[in-house]
Design a protein around this ligand. Structure first.
Ligand code: SF4
Length: 267
């Protein structure tokens, strides 16, 4: 009985935290800092470790603080090596879920496939957020690997906010990867997302085709018209074409509550 009260208390507390973060930009950094120092977590926030594989991301999305990130990351090697990764992972328990995101595109890292396989062999759960733009051997890997428990395809938008060149080769890899992974990963943990009003034209055609073939479901598509400030690093009000962070419909509010995490952004 006591456990139920604790569960209710924790759920209420974390809901309050989420709402506080959504409605106030003011306390966002302080809340993130506070939560990062505690091991206490609700079921919504299992322990996770976000892995950044490269300093800087070629897509340079308008809504991503890449300039600040590259400036602050100058002292680190540009690309994470397998040896460094293995050394660091010695300190991490396999109950921690690994998130391949962290302001970078994992498929740009030469050793990414080795790292993902290494974690899988050690029983880690892995979540990846990818644009599917990167090295060919990594993209091929995405069409055949079964190591991921959760996946978000973050794809180009129709206003070119993500500076990714859509080519036939890109679309081909994307189609193969979505077709394969959608059969492996549970429906609830598989998302095809765009940040903006809609997908880039050719990507939209592909998404529609996959929907028609029932390879993916409408409920797995997430058109995210809202931006988060990433702890104040992005001036969301300056980016045209998006709803403001604090003015949203009830439907969008439910989406934010469902998707908002401690990290605050998908990748
Ligand atoms: S949002 Fe993702 S894809 Fe865009 S620049 Fe940032 S890390 Fe790269």
């Amino acid at each position: 009985m006591q456990n139920i009260y604790i569960k209710i208390y924790k759920k209420t507390f974390f809901l309050f935290i989420r709402l506080l973060r959504i409605f106030t930009k003011k306390f966002d950094k302080k809340i993130s800092l506070l939560l990062s120092k505690t091991k206490w977590s609700s079921g919504y926030f299992p322990e996770t470790l976000e892995v950044t594989t490269t300093v800087g991301c070629a897509m340079m999305c308008d809504y991503c603080p890449q300039e600040a990130y590259k400036k602050n990351g100058k002292e680190y090697p540009k690309v994470l090596s397998f040896d460094t990764f293995k050394d660091a992972m010695k300190n991490v328990d396999n109950k921690v879920k690994i998130h391949w995101t962290g302001f970078s595109e994992p498929l740009h890292c030469k050793d990414f496939t080795l790292m993902a396989d290494y974690l899988n062999e050690r029983g880690f759960k892995q979540h990846i957020s990818t644009t599917m733009f990167g090295r060919d051997h990594c993209r091929e890997y995405m069409c055949e690997t079964k190591v991921f428990e959760q996946m978000v395809y973050h794809l180009p938008d129709n206003n070119n906010r993500m500076h990714l060149k859509v080519t036939d080769k890109y679309l081909d890899y994307l189609e193969k990867s979505i077709t394969f992974q959608s059969q492996i990963i549970s429906k609830k943990k598989f998302t095809v997302m765009v940040i903006g009003n809609d997908f880039q034209k050719q990507v939209r055609k592909l998404v529609d085709r996959l929907l028609n073939k029932k390879i993916i479901l409408e409920s797995q598509i997430y058109i995210r018209k809202l931006l988060v400030s990433r702890a104040g690093s992005v001036q969301v009000d300056n980016i045209e074409g998006f709803d403001q962070q604090i003015s949203f419909s009830k439907k969008n509010l439910i989406k934010i509550i469902k998707n908002y995490s401690i990290v605050g952004m998908v990748d």
